[in-house]
Design a protein around this ligand. Structure first.
Ligand SMILES: [Zn+2]
Length: 466
């Protein structure tokens, strides 16, 4: 007798799709059987006609964020509730220090805010801004605390969270010494500051100038430099939100030489474009790096299919229309970021799998397995296999629905995907053996999720292993 059995589904494994029953007991997967040979279970889910996949792992989320002085609409409860509705069962957020605060203090504060509130498991990337000689040792401490991946913003000088090249150098050295992973928001700050100043001087303040003052060159230059630096240190590197075709080529080249370089892109860079910035509500679509032209989106899709890009995150940042309106008269005053972490799996399934841009196995890798591998959660997370946490999403490939902010769990009054018809939706989400969502009914609660201590896999540090 086990706690839960999932029958009749098509189970998505790394190399194949299998007709099998999954047995779950005490929160973990304990076996597979053919239906006739199944053990009895307290509860049985019939997944006839549906796909059974590892629950999504989203390694780039800003819940309860504060940026440019504005607090986002979601919090650790509503954000993780929404994420799980959309089939995500683990997230990684950020501990970003406010002015005068250390990153360690930011970790403590973020954990106090999130623990007991989260519906699904979560972890944090410490954001490194400054490093005086006394807190350089924090890098080692964070790795020991189970947070071995770091975020450095190479932009946002005025906003006070930029790490300069001196800091970057030290973080690479420390991370290399103790086995950490350096991750960057890679854009060239000086070029962008120059272009923004020029645009404002000429009175060019509409939303499209956000993209025009951050052309592909400003991202390509810095991605290229980061790959050079990482290679120089023989260290692994993670590029948050890659958006340009030039970047796809650079990762292809580095990885083909065996360098452990990883790039993510985000849902919005695949399905939205800089044309959205020209809409009457164009300011809503301001995020950094900016939305690009279709040519770049198509290159990103190809990079995902070929394996040059490892995964897709959401970069969740939930600013409402009112919040965005602060920059109504000038693009540089708009709080950056887009909402929609709950739509990552459905949109990628619909636009990726249904439109045959990626296979079902690749979908599973880019939404779950690779993030778990790169950030040290594998094989506890990111795979359906005996001994792994029973984090599972069941997707009905025939279910069709249009995205609307009326469904929002955190009071969003717009989404970048508003009005998009999506085919293929999660109907059941299971986290550690507990059914959190069943056909639109929420069965979870605050505190169902816990903090995840992570440890990087040696092969991830050595070669492009995801
Ligand atoms: Zn971000």
């Amino acid at each position: 007798m086990v706690d839960l059995r999932i029958d009749n589904g098509k189970v998505v494994l790394p190399d194949c799709v299998l007709d099998a029953s999954i047995l779950i007991d005490k929160g973990v997967i304990v076996g597979f059987t053919s239906k006739n040979g199944s053990l009895n279970a307290d509860e049985i889910i019939d997944a006839e006609g549906k796909y059974v996949l590892p629950g999504g792992v989203d390694p780039h989320t800003h819940l309860a964020t504060s940026f440019m002085g504005i607090k986002g609409k979601d919090d650790h409860f509503t954000g993780t509730k929404a994420a799980s509705w959309g089939g995500t069962t683990s997230i990684i957020g950020f501990a970003t220090p406010s002015k005068g605060e250390s990153t360690l203090e930011a970790v403590t504060k973020t954990r106090e805010a999130a623990d007991g509130k989260v519906v699904i498991d979560y972890s944090l990337h410490p954001t490194i801004v400054n490093l005086s000689s006394e807190n350089i040792s924090q890098i080692k401490t964070f790795i020991e605390m189970g947070m071995p991946s770091f975020k450095l913003y190479l932009v946002y000088r005025k906003e006070g969270i930029m790490a300069d090249d001196g800091v970057l150098m030290q973080v690479f050295e420390e991370a290399k010494k103790y086995g950490g992973l350096v991750g960057c928001h890679a854009e060239n700050v000086s070029m962008i500051e120059h272009l923004v100043a020029e645009a404002l001087k000429s009175g060019n303040r509409s939303a499209i100038y956000h993209a025009l003052t951050r052309p592909p060159l400003t991202e390509a230059e810095t991605v290229n430099r980061m790959l050079f630096l990482a290679n120089y240190y023989h260290a692994p590197y993670y590029n948050f939100h890659l958006t340009i075709k030039e970047g796809v080529d650079m990762f292809k080249e580095s990885r083909s030489k065996g360098q452990p370089m990883y790039a993510e892109t985000c849902t919005q860079y695949l399905v939205n474009s800089e044309e959205d910035l020209k809409r009457p509500d164009g300011i809503n679509f301001i995020c950094t790096p900016p939305l690009r032209t279709r040519e770049h989106s198509e290159a990103l899709w190809r990079g995902l299919a070929s394996g040059d890009i490892s995964l897709v995150s959401s970069d969740q940042c939930a600013f409402s229309r009112d919040m965005k309106k602060l920059g109504e008269n000038s693009f540089d005053l708009v709080p950056n970021g887009l909402p929609g972490l709950e739509y990552r799996l459905p949109v990628l399934f619909s636009e990726g799998v249904q439109k045959k841009r990626i296979t079902l196995s690749r979908f599973s890798e880019i939404t779950s397995t690779n993030a778990a591998k790169i950030f040290g959660l594998y094989p506890k997370k990111g795979i359906i296999r005996v001994g792994s946490d029973a984090d599972i999403v069941i997707i009905d490939p025939k279910l069709e629905r249009t995205i609307t902010c009326k469904d929002s769990f955190y009071g969003m009054d717009w989404y970048p995907y508003e009005g998009m018809t999506v085919k293929g939706w999660p109907t059941i989400t299971i986290s550690k053996g507990k059914i959190l969502w069943r056909d639109g009914e929420f069965l979870g609660q605050a505190g169902d999720g816990e903090f995840l201590k992570r440890k990087l896999l040696p092969e991830i540090l050595r070669s492009p292993a995801a």
